[in-house]
Design a protein around this ligand. Sequence first.
Ligand code: KG4
Ligand code: ZN
Length: 335
Amino acid sequence: MLVLGIETSCDETSVAILRGKNEILSNIVSSSLFRHQEFGGVVPEIASRHCLEQIDLVLAQALQEAKVSLRDIQLIAVTKGPGLIGSLFVGMGFAQALSYQLGIPLVAVNHLEAHFAANFIGQAVPDRYVGLLVSGGHTSLTYQENGKYELLGETEDDAVGEAYDKVAKIMGLDYPGGPAMDKLAARGNPRAILFKKPKQEKPLDFSFSGIKTAALYAVKDMKTGERKSDAPSNEDLAASFQYAVVRWIVEKALSACELKDVRHIVVGGGVSANSHLRAELIRQAGEQGIQVLIPPQSLTGDNAAMIARRGIELFELGQLADLRLTAKPNLRIAG
Ligand code: KG4
Ligand code: ZN
């Protein structure tokens, strides 16, 4: 089966073509990031306009690279949420029109569930697993069994990617700061600044607003202590921040496995690109005989291949969408 995936939930416009569940024929991503950088964050109107301008071109490129024509496509999968309403509408309207014109089925995909599906292209799906979602808008732990999701914990305030981006901004780095922080951290001392772990009522919940404020004070201290030879550097702050958040995330993911007596962790979301998170999670889980599925770097960010992959599952479950479908900006996992 040839499936066309369409993803326009935020600042990316992506179209992918998959042959069955395991073969990516093309996966084109056009990002509008460069247009948002001067504003220090994503501007929704700019993002949706970019999606509108790009969608035709990205589709043409995806078809060309896959060496197929529109008439060969048998299923369309599109993101229904969560995300920015304007961007979502562009992809959904486009997908509905294509499905109507070609007379082929349409499925509407939850973007968060698709981040997990990115792992299953060419990989067997474990029967039971703990899902760790780490993105710019969401941070959660779920228990997943036979397609059913149980929420074990989520962030009480900022998402981990958001915390990365905010701390990076304080440090004067460009948006989104996650990748830049990751690089800086590699050259710093992770023990230079000790960040206190937040205390929480529910042990599998997350909180990142405290560390963000602590980082802000650390930057102020760094500025006043600039002339002292032992003052921490930007690299030290990035390394200490990264060391702390990764330690908390890994600890909670492993506790979730213990709670549910599970041997697999499946990771999804943009922060799964983080080098320290990847290494520590694989190392510590491995010590306990737990296998970690983490997407290849090319599928960690928002992309349409993961939407198409999740779309095939929904199609097999008979969960088809129709032309009354509408965008769900606040959709939750399993929503
Ligand atoms: O999943 P995603 O592409 O978009 C959402 O659906 O939110 O995640 C984007 C987030 C941004 O906050 C970005 O800074 C973060 O992922 N990110 C990283 C890294 N690469 C991307 N954070 C830390 N380290 C990275 N290497
Ligand atoms: Zn995402």
